[in-house]
Design a protein around this ligand. Structure first.
Ligand SMILES: Nc1ncnc2c1ncn2[C@@H]1O[C@H](COP(=O)(O)OP(=O)(O)O)[C@@H](O)[C@H]1O
Ligand SMILES: [Mg+2]
Length: 453
């Protein structure tokens, strides 16, 4: 694997996105919570005030009913002040310390009172319910009602209620709501931190993969480019090259550019197709025919390496697939088998059907892959022996492309290997969903491929 990976990034866009997401999430939730808390507080407080006002009105009603009216000196009805209310503990309408009653005559002078205010509160004739401040830490809720009989004003009744009945519970509520909002915000913040991590994990992973891919790709491209440059420099350094030398350097140049071209094509394929599951370009194709073509094309290579290649087909095998990609998939597998099998070995392609699925196996009697490497062979640019396979023309992308193709077709690919004895690459491709190509159940031979044994 390439050693020169990008080190610490000055700015991590994922981290920034996470922070921005979290801040906006907390801000929006805090605004909603604050709005809710203010609404709830206002509602409870107004309910408390209403309750106090109701009590005041009730007391007014009681007193009004028990008024004793007598004819005054000039014939008008007047209130017998002795009977307005008794005051003190024996008056059922008065809860001492909480409710005070005051009776004012027509001119607004206090006639009777149960109140013990630090300073007198002047009568305000027009007001019905009002909150008044007696001293900085003492407030009252009051109701002032003019009393009439037969159109004649008798006087004014004022009932006062301690304000702390409203103030104390609302202050308590305020503290509890504030604590609740802060606590909820802390919990939401922690939850958000966890949730944004969860939400951004796939983004972070694909970002890291992309970064790694770019680094690896640049590294892989640099190797043939450097070789190309050296080759050209050496050729240019010779003032009078012979025709042979000239030709040799052109041949090297051609080989290196071809390798570069192949590498770029592979990289482009991966960039365009990884994770792509679109059915574009997929047709009903006969896998056996494609495999025959692949074997035909690779036979000269196998013969040059003194290898026997065999195709054992279990009859026609139809799948809905992209034929070009199927061709590339099995070319990659077969060329690997040829490349990693020493002279005199055998390479075998076998096909079978398992229910609707198509199974293809490419096996060889080659060098094999150690179990600890088996997991990694499908990774991009991963090679058991980088130096050797690069010399052999491998880029380490062949199996990554194979896996991409298989997964895009909703199939599976597995490698089985025994070092020194050989390797088998097993591909399973889902068959036609409409089951057009139905065969008798007895012909379905899951796992028993013709090449095994
Ligand atoms: N049939 C095989 N036998 C032994 N090793 C294999 C075989 N196929 C793949 N490998 C190992 O897996 C690695 C990755 O394969 P691949 O992605 O095709 O890259 P490349 O062939 O370009 O090196 C190879 O470098 C090789 O070490
Ligand atoms: Mg390969």
């Amino acid at each position: 694997m390439p050693a020169d990976r990008p080190r610490a990034e000055p700015r991590n866009p994922i981290k920034q996105t996470r922070l921005r997401l979290l801040v906006s999430y907390i801000a929006v939730t805090a605004a909603i919570m604050a709005l809710f808390a203010v609404g709830f507080y206002t509602y409870v407080r107004s309910t408390l005030v209403e309750r106090v006002d109701d009590t005041l009105d009730h007391v007014v009603e009681l007193v009004e009913r028990s008024l004793v009216v007598v004819p005054g000196p000039d014939g008008e009805p007047v209130v017998d002040a002795n009977y307005v209310f008794a005051g003190g503990d024996d008056d059922p309408t008065v809860e001492m310390d909480l409710i005070y009653l005051e009776w004012f005559d027509r001119r607004g002078q206090v006639v009777r009172s149960t109140a013990v205010f630090p300073r007198p509160v002047p009568l305000v004739r027009g007001s019905l319910h009002a909150t008044v401040e007696v001293s900085p830490d003492h407030k009252l809720r009051q109701v002032t009602v003019p009393m009439r009989r037969a159109g004649h004003l008798l006087g004014y009744l004022r009932v006062s209620h301690q304000w702390f009945e409203v103030d104390r519970p609302s202050r308590q509520l305020f503290i509890e709501l504030s604590a609740g909002v802060v606590l909820t915000m802390v919990m939401i913040g922690l939850g958000g931190w966890f949730l944004t991590e969860l939400a951004l994990r796939p983004v972070r992973e694909s970002y890291d993969r992309l970064k790694q891919f770019t680094a690896d790709a640049s590294h892989e491209l640099r190797t043939p480019l450097a070789a190309l440059q050296t080759n050209v420099q050496v050729a240019l350094a010779d003032p009078q090259p012979s025709v042979d030398e000239y030709r040799r350097s052109l041949e090297v140049t051609e080989r290196l550019t071809r390798r570069l071209g192949r590498l770029v094509a592979d990289l482009l394929f991966l960039a365009r197709n990884e994770g792509l599951q679109s059915a574009e370009g997929r047709i009903c194709c006969n896998l056996t025919e494609i495999l025959q073509q692949v074997v035909e094309e690779q036979t000269p290579l196998a013969q040059a390496a003194d290898l026997a290649v065999q195709l054992k087909s279990g009859g026609p095998l139809t799948v809905t697939a992209n034929p070009d990609q199927m061709h590339q998939l099995f070319t990659n597998l077969l060329s690997n088998a040829i490349r990693y099998t020493p002279a005199g070995g055998r390479v075998c392609l076998g096909t079978a059907r398992d229910g609707r699925d198509a199974l293809v196996e490419v096996s060889d009697t080659g060098i094999g892959i150690a179990p600890e490497h088996l997991e990694r062979i499908f990774e991009r640019f991963w090679r058991v022996d980088s130096a050797r396979t690069r010399q052999a023309g491998g880029s380490g992308l062949g199996l990554a492309i194979a896996r991409t193709i298989v997964e895009n077709h909703r199939g599976e690919i597995h490698a089985l290997s025994e070092p020194g004895r050989g390797t088998t690459l097993r591909v399973r491709l889902p068959g036609r969903p409409d089951g057009q190509e139905r065969r008798p159940a007895s012909e379905n031979t899951p796992g028993a491929l013709p090449l095994e044994g």
